[in-house]
Write a new protein. Structure first.
Length: 153
């Protein structure tokens, strides 16, 4: 495969994973935890890098795409460890922030103050693998595609 084809595949892969995350959130009703949100940003960066690489043809951008894919995989590994209770998660994963919410709103039963989405609770699995786990697996695959693109002559 040519470098542009590999870059397009990797870019579309991140777009697909990001689109899937939004579909789970907005169609499936699964609100993301803080670590889920952190895993989205490198995919967004990879999409931007991919578009830029396709437009400019700069080979070095493929290495940046690989780093973005590895970043989201790394966050995913951390998230899986939190889900499996191998280590503690972030403070924002266990308690909700009430910043920006007035005391009156907190005491008003008619106001909807959203519950915290915990990072250590697995909301969905496929074949025994959580969404964070799938993100790790698929993002490592995307990183390999980015590296293949970067190494193309």
């Amino acid at each position: 495969m040519t470098r542009p084809t590999l870059i397009l595949i990797a870019t579309l892969g991140s777009a697909g994973l990001l689109g899937g995350a939004f579909a789970f959130q907005y169609i499936g009703g699964l609100a993301p935890c803080q670590l889920c949100l952190y895993q989205r940003w490198p995919h967004a960066a990879a999409i931007g890098i991919g578009v830029l690489a396709l437009v400019t043809g700069r080979r070095g951008l493929a290495w940046a795409g690989a780093l973005a894919a590895l970043a989201t995989a790394g966050i995913g590994v951390f998230h899986v460890g939190v889900e499996q209770l191998w280590w503690e998660g972030l403070a924002t994963c266990t308690a909700g922030s009430i910043s920006g919410i007035s005391a009156a709103d907190l005491l008003d039963p008619t106001k909807d103050v959203a519950a915290v989405v915990r990072c250590d609770e697995i909301a969905w699995t496929l074949l025994g693998i959580s969404m964070a786990g799938w993100n790790v697996i698929l993002s490592l695959g995307l990183a390999m595609i980015w590296v293949a693109a970067a190494r193309k002559g």
